[in-house]
Write a protein of this length. Structure first.
Length: 290
């Protein structure tokens, strides 16, 4: 298994190559990640309704020579998921470099390349297709450090399509929106470590109402992935100890670009109307960002 991938990422990449019974184990692992993998072989096999040898075959395909090694790696991941920047900070990182900015940019570039290399294209295409479906109403929600990304995506989507809402305020206020959601609604959630319980709660409630949940997260996977229809995971472990949102921004911009490319005929008509209205409202190029 690649050292830069989480086990969940590796499993998602391998998923289409697995046998039907191995996929059953994989679905159980991803549905309750990483806790399900910390159970015994017998317990995991029972959950997935497969045999113990099937579990071990999947573990071997993930690159582990034993179930014990697999569980050790899961425990290490669990510890990493919960680390604060105080723990992750390494004074030796990037110190002594002749040009800090160049070194930092090189590391961020590496994270973006890892993000693209490890992202299943079916997940990316799925997000673009769902956001582009005109009958869907889109809701976006971010966490303390990712809400600006939700707002950024919201602003772009509002230009190219109707029915886009950025959820704000305290969690209790979201009930006013959640009560109106149904099978033609899409909830886009941004959630990175250390994951936010409120994101999982609203995602679960939305999924119960047949809402399609789309998730932007990191390589260790937010618990929201349990109910997400599609998940875009970025490699975010920054060189300074702080996680970086740059790879997540890459995915957001890529989704926007793909949506524009694939639906340009419909989008261009709308943009012409928008530009004409802006001109009439006196909002010319002096205030435009795009």
């Amino acid at each position: 298994m690649s050292n830069s991938r989480s086990i969940a990422e590796e499993l998602r990449v391998l998923f289409e190559t697995l046998t039907p019974t191995e996929r059953k184990v994989g679905r159980v692992l991803l549905a309750n990640y990483p806790v399900a993998g910390l159970e015994t072989i017998a317990q995991l096999a029972l959950r997935a309704d497969v045999s113990g040898p099937t579990v071990l075959r999947l573990i071997s395909k993930l690159g582990f020579d034993s179930y014990t090694a697999f569980q050790t790696a899961l425990r290490d991941e669990l510890e990493i998921r919960l680390q604060s920047p105080l723990v992750r900070h390494d004074p030796a990182q990037l110190q002594g470099d002749s040009d800090f900015l160049v070194s930092y940019a090189a590391r961020i570039t590496q994270l973006m390349q890892e993000t693209v290399a490890h992202l299943p294209r079916v997940e990316f295409d799925g997000v673009v297709d769902v956001l582009g479906e005109r009958k869907n109403r889109i809701w976006l929600l971010g966490g303390r450090l990712t809400d600006p990304l939700a707002a950024y995506l919201c602003h772009h989507l509002k230009v190219v399509r109707a029915d886009v809402v950025h959820l704000r305020g305290v969690p209790s206020s979201w009930a006013d929106s959640l009560v109106d959601m149904g099978k033609h609604d899409v909830l886009v959630i941004f959630d990175i470590r250390r994951y936010w319980d409120g994101a999982l709660h609203i995602a679960e409630m939305a999924a119960q109402r047949k809402v399609s949940v789309l998730l932007f997260t990191d390589q260790w996977l937010s618990p929201v992935s349990r109910v997400a229809r599609f998940t875009l995971a970025a490699h975010t472990a920054g060189p300074s100890g702080w996680d970086t949102n740059t790879p997540l921004m890459l995915l957001v911009d890529a989704v926007i670009a793909a949506l524009n490319t694939r639906q340009w005929a419909a989008i261009s008509d709308r943009l012409q109307e928008v530009e004409a209205m802006r001109a009439r409202l006196g909002e010319g190029s002096s205030r435009a960002d795009e």
